[in-house]
Design a protein around this ligand. Structure first.
Ligand SMILES: Nc1nc2c(ncn2[C@@H]2O[C@H](COP(=O)(O)OP(=O)(O)O)[C@@H](O)[C@H]2O)c(=O)[nH]1
Ligand SMILES: [Mg+2]
Length: 660
């Protein structure tokens, strides 16, 4: 699943476009309706042509509400960057673009909207061409540099299909949000619903939540329980990363919670007030209200260098607080440059290494920079000019070997340990990071199951082996797909013991090597049962319905009445159907000795014993002797004897059978 965020100047048609694409009006507040302007975040969703459901966060464009906009940007996978074709690039076009750039939202589509208006003013289309060229130039050197530009009108519907196709295209490129088993839901709304109680919403990253689960809300560390989950107004048992989630919480009241708090699982995430960051300072203050000069000069004002000890407003996830900036290694950070800094936050915020943030000057408010959290818990105030402090930050920013490995594993999907180590550039000589990933459960081994302790111990051999590894997220997705495939199959074919391996493999679209290894682990974990040629869910058992059972009872009664001259296969099929007869044979309720002949197992065993005994005494038996001894006909006796030859009990010598 993915989430898209809108961006762009006020009144450029973002909300109207979202409405046209989704049928949902994202402006939900009364004040928004009255002022015809988005003030706070709005939410909608749509289904792409390929069937993927995508959440949309619609943000306000007005300069007074940039901070509300920031609360909606955390966790988005792609931007729907809107520029009105009649007006072109405006101040918040630039400011929102700078924010997307600082947050690293690299997937996006540009919608040049209000095409109908632009064309009614200039039918030649030259104006629109000029605006498009200007937009491309504005995007140069930013994360959206290569984003497709689509001409649309929300009013006439022109270009909307092309826009959807383009969104689908960029999302297909965006890698899915990883499941690291560490879910975080930064709260962007809190409300109550009568009869349900407290509900929070947000964009989920890092892991899944399940109904019934115990959760913790940071920074206050409140304990709560998940009473219900929804994605796009649909109830779900499990919410997945990269989706919009509404979570009904018990154990906390609305008054306990606010925008910016983070819902997570207990025991791993801690709030912090001291953070080491890599800070990028924008080249120019994106001061609101400045128009683009006719000469082509970029809007904005030359910025003064950022001084040590400056107070800035800090935004990350959906949270905001004041931050005191301590520059490390320099006294001033020149415009357009990056540097190390230690931020002291006024209020604690739960942050994780790699989190992005934005900083703004408070008054007159404007976005001045942003960056990446390098160490959320440095523990103490750094000496500002110590080389070892800076070296440590540089190393941290590059990522630990385990992080590099995990990223490579996320990119590649299941891969052998040896190939993983070599593609990530770490080499077989350093199996420790691999052991760490296995220890933490971030990576798992496919193939025979081993305990975590063993996993760590065998890492050394593993580092040079072909044993396949996968991320925990890949595995849990696979487990879900596996059980979905099998349960669909069991529903369709309730009388079959299981699903053929090959059919399952092609349903899962896995290469044989990965499939086989994954199946071994799934069997070992008891997720599926291996029936030889087929596999099934542990819960699946072949069950006859009452009508089928009745037909079976009647048929078996006939077998009991005439055990040696039994109903033929043809008659049996006529009585219960081919599938049910297959079940009876598979279960051993009947033994099939030839294409025509079936016996009850008791009769079969008795006949075999009598034939054996006869041969033991007389050295051999003929077809006629068998027929007479069993009081049956030639057809049955022949079927039985040929079957016994085949399974190796007897051997034919001329017209007689002897024991093998
Ligand atoms: N003619 C025309 N008007 C549009 C179009 N899209 C939006 N508008 C109008 O432009 C105004 C601002 O739109 P809105 O969606 O609120 O802009 P936002 O501030 O970017 O969300 C509204 O009056 C819309 O009806 C369009 O494609 N064509
Ligand atoms: Mg709007």
């Amino acid at each position: 699943m993915h989430v898209i965020g809108t961006a762009g100047h006020v009144d450029h048609g973002k909300s109207t476009l979202v409405h046209a694409l989704t049928g949902i009006d994202p402006d939900r507040l009364r004040e928004e309706k009255e002022r015809e302007m988005t003030i706070d975040l709005g939410f909608a969703w749509l289904t792409l042509p390929d069937g993927e459901a995508v959440g949309i966060v619609d943000v306000p464009g007005h300069r007074d509400f940039i901070e509300n906009m920031l609360a909606g940007m955390g966790g988005i996978d792609a931007a729907l960057f809107v520029v009105a074709a009649d007006e072109g690039v405006m101040p918040q076009t630039r400011e929102h673009l700078a924010i997307l750039d600082l947050l690293g939202v690299s997937a996006g589509v540009v919608a040049l909207t209000k095409l109908d208006l632009a064309e009614s003013e200039d039918a030649s289309g030259e104006w629109v061409e000029l605006v498009a060229a200007d937009v491309s130039e504005t995007l140069e050197g930013t994360v959206l540099e290569s984003a497709p530009i689509i001409l649309v009108s929300a009013r006439t519907g022109q270009g909307l299909d092309a826009l959807l196709a383009a969104l689908q295209g960029v999302l297909a490129q965006a890698k899915p949000r990883p499941d690291r088993g560490r879910p975080r839901l930064p709260i962007d709304r809190v409300f109550t619903i009568s009869g349900f109680g407290t509900v929070v919403t947000g964009t989920l990253t890092g892991g899944c939540f399940e109904v019934g689960q115990e959760v913790e809300v940071l920074p206050r560390g409140l304990k709560a329980r998940v009473r219900g989950l929804q994605t796009h107004k649909q109830k779900v048992e499990r919410a997945v990363p990269g989706s919009r989630v509404a979570m009904n919480l018990s154990g906390v009241s609305k008054a306990d919670l606010k925008r910016g708090d983070v819902v997570t699982i207990p025991g791993w995430l801690q709030s912090t007030v001291l953070v080491d960051v890599q800070l990028r300072y924008l080249p120019a203050i994106l001061r609101p209200g400045l128009r683009r000069e006719p000469s082509g000069e970029r809007s904005g004002q030359a910025q003064r260098p950022l001084r040590h000890n400056t107070q800035l407003k800090f935004f990350s996830g959906a949270a905001e607080t004041m931050a005191h900036v301590r520059l490390l290694g320099q006294d001033r950070l020149p415009p357009g440059q990056s540097g190390w800094a230690q931020l002291r936050l006024q209020e604690p915020i739960p942050l994780v290494k790699g989190d992005r943030f934005i900083v703004r000057i408070p008054s007159p408010s404007a976005t001045v920079g942003g960056g990446v959290v390098v160490d959320p818990h440095p523990g103490r105030k750094h000496r500002r000019f110590r080389p070892e402090v800076l070296t440590r930050l540089e190393t941290l920013a590059q990522g630990s070997p385990a992080e590099i490995l995990l990223q490579a594993l996320e990119r590649h999907g299941p891969i052998s340990a040896r190939d993983l180590l070599s593609t990530s550039g770490l080499g077989e000589t350093s199996p420790e990071p691999l052991a760490q990933l296995l220890d933490e459960g971030q990576a798992i081994l496919l193939g025979p199951q081993v305990s975590r302790k063993q996993e760590a111990r065998i890492t050394k051999q593993l580092a040079s082996s072909n044993q396949l590894l996968a991320t925990r997220g890949w595995w849990s997705t696979l487990v879900e797909r596996l059980s979905r495939e099998l349960s669909t199959y069991h529903q369709r074919f309730p009388l079959r013991a299981g699903m053929g391996r090959e059919a399952l493999r092609s349903g899962l679209r896995l290469e044989a090597k990965v499939f086989n290894a994954a199946l071994v682990r799934a069997v070992a974990e008891g997720l599926i049962v291996d029936e030889g040629a087929t596999v099934r869910l542990p819960s699946h058992a072949v069950r006859l319905n009452p009508e089928q059972q009745q037909q079976v009872d009647i048929l078996l009664a006939r077998f009991h009445r005439q055990p040696y001259t039994t109903p033929s296969v043809k008659e049996s099929v006529a009585a219960v159907g081919e599938e049910v007869l297959g079940v009876l044979v598979a279960r051993g309720d009947l033994v099939q000795v030839s294409p025509e002949v079936l016996f009850l197992p008791k009769t079969y065993e008795e006949m075999v014993a009598r034939i054996r005994a006869h041969i033991k005494q007389e050295e051999s038996i003929t077809l006629a002797q068998t027929r007479d001894m069993l009081g049956t006909s030639r057809k049955y006796a022949q079927g039985l004897l040929e079957h016994l030859d085949e399974v190796g009990v007897t051997k034919r010598v001329g017209d007689e059978r002897v024991l093998r």
